[in-house]
Design a protein around this ligand. Structure first.
Ligand code: AMP
Ligand code: MG
Length: 424
């Protein structure tokens, strides 16, 4: 327990607790992975383009490559007539040269032929009058009528209009979403450097816990925290290393934590055993094995939290109540994982929502209330999921947000705005 002079345990604010946890973790080294394995991970290198993208000027439309000057006064009443000198499909390189008075039939993505400076789309030519012909059958396309002018460059994609050779396209620290994956593919990057995913030991503690396959017995409950916590680890980019259940004895807990250390994990998460009950041995063992602080955080749920380091590995002891464990994870473990993954930011998205009911907070702590936020009439509205007990895990099932009622606010009347931390 952190006990300041005077003897009373000081409660940390959520911000202070988070800052101290983040100080214990660093971004992990990079590794090279194949492109699709990099999805949702953090880029560990700057990406510089070796080529222009697109690499050559090409048609943005199915139409005719022309010289804009030839059709400057074309109209329906007075069409311009051009001699068709051939055609180009995507993937081909046209050799024909578009001289004045001529046009080359061209498909989207085909390189622009020499001489042409614009593309007129089929819809503005007599092509639209033709019924589809078999490929190679170009009997009726000796000459084409054009009904509308185009400006130079119209319907042409210039070389390098997306990416210029030499340009830094993506910087280290970016999250690789589907568009970044696409850009890397267009640059020919089959493998890419990303920060290693954190390996996270997940250890439940408690004499009352059963494996989830076991039938219930008197006095026992199933170990749900191992699963909700491991699922959160996966969701936020980590690799859970499940260590099962430690019994509430110094010996068993010590052995299980040694196993975590042996697995060379980057972070250890325990659940339960950190409050003030008779069998809360986590504190004793952590104190013996490393440097440990037991904190009370000015939040509800999730007041008890153990944080420290054993054998050089940071450890967060989450509270045992299923909702508290998840809320504490969102506030403290998720940012730590994000930092280890090399991300620049780790804030959850928040919105201001209008309370659809009175909200009470008599705790003097920051209250994270499970809530349903909906959008109506261009505004966000929030109502709680009902019973806010820290054992009501189904309240997390119906919630899509946590309402953040500040520690010094005792009452938010219906109709007032409240900050909502979105969970999804
Ligand atoms: P404790 O902090 O050990 O007093 O645990 C607080 C509450 O959380 C008790 O009701 C425990 O039974 C419950 N609990 C502890 N660990 C788990 C777990 N792994 N899964 C579900 N509930 C748990
Ligand atoms: Mg317990």
């Amino acid at each position: 327990m952190e006990t300041p002079p005077g003897g009373k345990t000081r409660m940390l604010s959520v911000e202070e607790a988070l800052e101290r946890i983040l100080a214990l973790v660093q971004s992990l080294p990079v590794e090279h992975v194949s492109l699709l394995d990099a999805l949702e991970r953090t880029l560990g290198e700057n990406i510089c383009a070796n080529e222009d993208i697109p690499p050559f000027p090409n048609s943005a439309m199915d139409g005719y490559a022309v010289r804009a000057a030839d059709i400057i006064s074309a109209s329906r009443a007075q069409p311009a007539r051009l001699r068709v000198i051939g055609q180009a499909a995507a993937g081909q390189t046209p050799t024909a040269v578009v001289e004045p008075g001529t046009a080359l039939r061209i498909m989207t993505g085909a390189p622009m032929p020499t001489g042409a400076d614009a593309v007129v789309r089929f819809e503005d030519t007599s092509e639209s009058l033709f019924s589809p012909m078999a490929p190679g059958d170009d009997r009726r396309r000796q000459e084409i009528e054009v009904y509308a002018p185009v400006a130079r460059g119209d319907n042409v994609r210039a070389a390098g209009e997306d990416i210029r050779a030499g340009e830094t396209v993506l910087t280290a620290g970016s999250t690789l979403r589907p568009p970044e994956i696409g850009v890397l593919a267009s640059l020919g990057r089959a493998r890419v450097a990303v920060h290693r995913r954190p390996r996270v030991a997940v250890l439940a503690t408690g004499d009352e816990l059963l494996e989830i396959e076991e039938p219930l017995r008197p006095g026992k409950i199933r170990n749900s925290n191992e699963y909700s916590t491991s699922a959160l680890v996966l969701r936020y980019g980590g690799i859970p290393v499940r260590l099962g259940i430690a019994r509430d004895t110094v010996e068993d807990l010590t052995n299980k934590l040694r196993a975590a250390v042996d697995q060379a994990v980057d972070l250890i998460l325990t659940s339960a055993g950190v409050s003030v009950g008779d069998y809360d041995v986590v504190k004793t063992v952590l104190g013996q094995m490393g440097q440990m602080n037991f904190w009370q955080v000015r939040m509800k749920p999730g007041k008890p939290l153990a944080v420290g380091v054993i054998a050089g590995i940071p450890l967060v002891g989450l509270p045992g109540n299923p909702v508290s464990a998840m809320v504490s994870f969102e506030q403290f473990v998720r940012p730590a994982l994000r930092k280890m993954e090399g991300r620049r930011g780790w804030r959850k998205q928040t919105v201001w929502a209008i309370a659809e009911e009175d909200l009470e907070n008599s705790s003097g702590r920051r209250h994270y209330m499970r809530a349903i936020v909906t959008e109506r009439d261009g505004r966000y509205w929030a109502k709680t999921t009902g019973d806010q007990g820290s054992g009501i895990l189904t309240s997390m099932v119906s919630a899509n947000a946590l309402l953040v009622v500040p520690e010094d606010v005792r009452f938010v009347p219906k109709g007032d705005s409240v900050l909502a931390q979105m969970l999804d």
